[in-house]
Design a protein around this ligand. Structure first.
Ligand SMILES: Cc1cc2nc3c(=O)[nH]c(=O)nc-3n(C[C@H](O)[C@H](O)[C@H](O)COP(=O)(O)OP(=O)(O)OC[C@H]3O[C@@H](n4cnc5c(N)ncnc54)[C@H](O)[C@@H]3O)c2cc1C
Length: 381
């Protein structure tokens, strides 16, 4: 016998994206059940950092989504204080003249879209970050960049009215008239629903396949180093200009560039590596060493810090670096909210709002066409 009660909406995945979808659907007056085979934030959300960035995004649909999300995160932080929201700002650092020129041009383009970006001369850098290396070529400061603790943020979003069932794996879809998706099959029985949201992160392609629709979501591995708790040595999110190119790259091989940030509890987080090696879970020491060396290049004072742990996660990568959002006409009743790669925490609230608007039939906050789930139909396998 099924232990599950039907609801207007079933969300598959209790990561930050599923939590945001549930939150905004509940706010729109819908009853919502969130299912996860593991714990809340047990997927990539629990293995990521919590940067909410506009700085690393070029003008385009992802930046529009990020700007809306930043506004929504700051509004949520006024309502709740349980997810370590910090409006700390981001500093991109250029190591040479060429990087400084590119960073300045990027900032000018972003400003036309509503991003606030201040060019920082080489002699001003240390007023922002006193412990930065000497001899850097300058940078750009982005006051809108912020940070949350991702697992706490997912839990906070789920605490606002959705029913949450952990330890429940979705194994298939219930289909009704005209092959409409009318619920899910799970390890704990069937659950009917008016609509189902696929927020299964890096596993969203596998969940979509259960509904017989293809979605090209692939894992993109990343490591994070965590230092011992330190006094506030790093005030902002600070990263090398090369990071944005790594994010945008299609190369499956290892790419890494320094990303350094403090946390409210003291440890400094050091990233960021990217590589497409499937769900390979080994811990290659040369990659960890490279991350540490790049961070020390930016902040020489870190040479004396101890690393207390390192962890890895698998970002939900899409070939065109855009998330997959909205109803899937190939399986009416099924919506997708996945494929956010390295920006799912940042983009979660805007994703949740767009999904809630699609569920209620309200006009979308902005045109979601670039995120259309069927856009990959012509992508060669
Ligand atoms: C090293 C690293 C650093 C990162 N840093 C940042 C950052 O600073 N800022 C940022 O915005 N993003 C960052 N990210 C990316 C971010 O973590 C992800 O984009 C985001 O967490 C994706 O959230 P999600 O809810 O879509 O997926 P997940 O958190 O993976 O949630 C999906 C859930 O679906 C569940 N699930 C899957 N299949 C099933 C099934 N069949 N039945 C039931 N449940 C199922 C899983 O158990 C999982 O809990 C980083 C990622 C990594 C790896």
């Amino acid at each position: 016998m099924s232990e599950l009660r039907s609801s207007d909406v079933v969300v598959i995945g209790a990561g930050v994206v599923g939590a945001a979808c549930a939150h905004f659907a509940v706010r729109a007056g819908l009853s919502v059940t969130v299912l996860d085979r593991g714990p809340v934030a047990g997927g990539t959300t629990g293995a990521g950092e919590g940067n909410l960035l506009v700085s690393d995004k070029d003008p385009g649909p992802e930046l529009t989504l990020a700007l809306l999300s930043l506004r929504l995160w700051s509004e949520l932080a006024l309502e709740r204080h349980d997810f370590e929201y910090e409006a700390k700002g981001g500093l991109i650092v250029a190591r040479g003249a060429a990087e400084a020129v590119t960073a300045t041009a990027t900032a000018a383009a972003q400003r036309t879209c509503g991003v606030t970006a201040h060019v920082v001369g080489p002699d001003e850098l240390h007023a922002y970050e006193p412990h930065l290396a000497r001899g850097l070529a300058g940078g750009t400061y982005y006051p809108q960049d912020a940070q949350v603790q991702p697992a706490l943020a997912a839990a906070a979003l789920l605490r606002t009215g959705a029913r949450v069932r952990t330890g429940v794996t979705v194994t298939g879809f219930l289909r009704g008239r005209a092959d409409r998706v009318v619920g899910v099959r799970t390890t704990h029985g069937d659950l009917t629903a008016g609509a189902v949201v696929n927020a299964a992160g890096t596993w969203a392609g596998e969940v979509a396949a259960l509904a017989r629709v293809p979605l090209p979501i692939l894992p993109r591995r990343g490591f994070v180093l965590v230092t011992e708790p330190l006094p506030a040595l790093v005030r902002h999110k600070v990263y090398a200009a090369a990071y944005s190119a790594d994010v945008a790259s299609d190369d499956a091989r290892l790419a890494s560039s320094a990303v350094v940030e403090g946390t409210p509890s003291g440890p400094i987080l050091i990233g960021a590596s990217r590589e497409r090696v499937g769900f390979e879970r080994s811990f290659p020491v040369p990659v960890l060493r490279r991350l540490a060396a790049q961070a020390i290049e930016l902040f020489p004072i870190l040479a004396d810090a101890s690393i207390i742990r390192a962890y890895q996660g698998f970002r939900p990568y899409c070939p065109d670096h855009l998330p997959v959002l909205g109803p899937d006409p190939r399986a009416p009743g099924l919506l997708h909210a996945c494929g956010h790669e390295g920006a799912g925490v940042g983009l979660a609230p805007a994703t949740g709002l767009l999904i809630a608007q699609a569920l209620t039939g309200d006009a979308p906050e902005f045109d979601p066409t670039p995120f259309d789930p069927t856009r990959f139909a012509e992508v060669p396998a």
